[in-house]
Design a protein around this ligand. Structure first.
Ligand SMILES: Cc1cc2nc3c(=O)[nH]c(=O)nc-3n(C[C@H](O)[C@H](O)[C@H](O)COP(=O)(O)OP(=O)(O)OC[C@H]3O[C@@H](n4cnc5c(N)ncnc54)[C@H](O)[C@@H]3O)c2cc1C
Length: 264
């Protein structure tokens, strides 16, 4: 059995070695750096108070620690202890600690409910049955050519960097399941093949939450919402995002015609 090389003079040599081992891997290496030094930098830069106020915005103070957590460079406890030690007001860091808690919750739930990792926890609450959804992610989504500017930009993040902001993950997952009627499992599989922080529990249960198979209603969004949180970060011009440019009641009635109609 051959032993994998572990020491390299520089990052380019490492990338060349990985390409040699995996010639089928397409595209360039992500610009996001791995390793303990980079992880420490992100931990030091983390502002948990600002995080609480801005986390939903595309340019908010998110930690970008997930790739390091997922690869075991740092534990959830270490992140938590760092934040708690730096704070003299526990209330102001509550939002950040709660998000760490979600990761812990998904992982514990998965440990005790392995059967639900790839199966619906409950039925869809969309007026459709699981069989009504497509098995595969359509090609235009895979290549980021849906014709919806903001969605294509988020797909670009996923495919080119391996990191997507949480709110953008929600938009993408919702677009795939509800606007395109694709099974959450197909979308979840696709995300896992690109995400640097790919974690089957956090990923799949988040997909199920969006789909409504692990929540009491489907999550959907409109262009106004994307514009509110990602204005200036992605193109939110109405003419380039037509499918999303509608009120919530209109979209609700279009996406879920079998449910009770909503007035708006
Ligand atoms: C459809 C979908 C798929 C997802 N897939 C993954 C995945 O494969 N791996 C993954 O680690 N997270 C996943 N998440 C959760 C979340 O989007 C990421 O953890 C977060 O965006 C990572 O960026 P960050 O480190 O800057 O997070 P921050 O917002 O800075 O949060 C700090 C840490 O808290 C944890 N965290 C934050 N939000 C969540 C959340 N909603 N659920 C679980 N943990 C959270 C993460 O460990 C994160 O690193 C997914 C969410 C959605 C909606």
């Amino acid at each position: 059995m051959s032993v994998l090389k572990r020491h390299f003079d520089n990052r380019n040599d490492l990338i060349a070695y990985v390409k040699e081992l995996a010639p089928w891997a397409e595209g360039d290496a992500s610009k996001i750096l791995g390793g303990q030094r980079e992880c420490k930098k992100r931990l030091t830069a983390l502002d948990a108070i600002k995080y609480g106020k801005t986390r939903n915005y595309g340019n908010g103070s998110v930690s970008m620690l997930s790739p390091y957590i997922s690869h075991g460079v740092i534990t959830l406890n270490e992140v938590r202890n760092h934040v708690v030690k730096d704070s003299n007001d526990q209330k102001s860091i509550e939002t950040f600690i709660r998000e760490l808690g979600w990761r812990d919750f998904w992982s514990r739930f998965a440990e005790n409910n392995k059967c639900f990792l790839w199966n619906d926890v409950e039925d869809y609450k969309t007026g459709y049955a699981s069989d009504d959804y497509q098995e595969e992610v359509p090609e235009d989504i895979l290549v980021g050519d849906t014709g919806i500017a903001c969605i294509d930009a988020f797909i670009g993040d996923l495919v080119n960097t391996g990191y997507v902001h949480n709110h953008a993950r929600m938009y993408l997952a919702s677009y795939i399941v509800h606007f395109r009627q694709v099974k959450w499992q197909a979308g979840a599989r696709w995300f896992l093949s690109h995400l640097l922080d790919g974690d089957v529990a956090s990923n799949n249960f988040s997909w199920q939450w969006i789909a409504s198979t692990f929540s009491n209603k489907p999550y959907f969004f409109n262009l106004e919402n994307v514009d509110r949180y990602f204005n200036g970060i992605v193109d939110t011009t109405p003419s380039r995002n037509r499918v999303l440019d509608a009120s919530y009641p209109t979209l609700h009635n279009r996406l879920f015609p079998n449910l009770e109609l909503q007035n708006g």
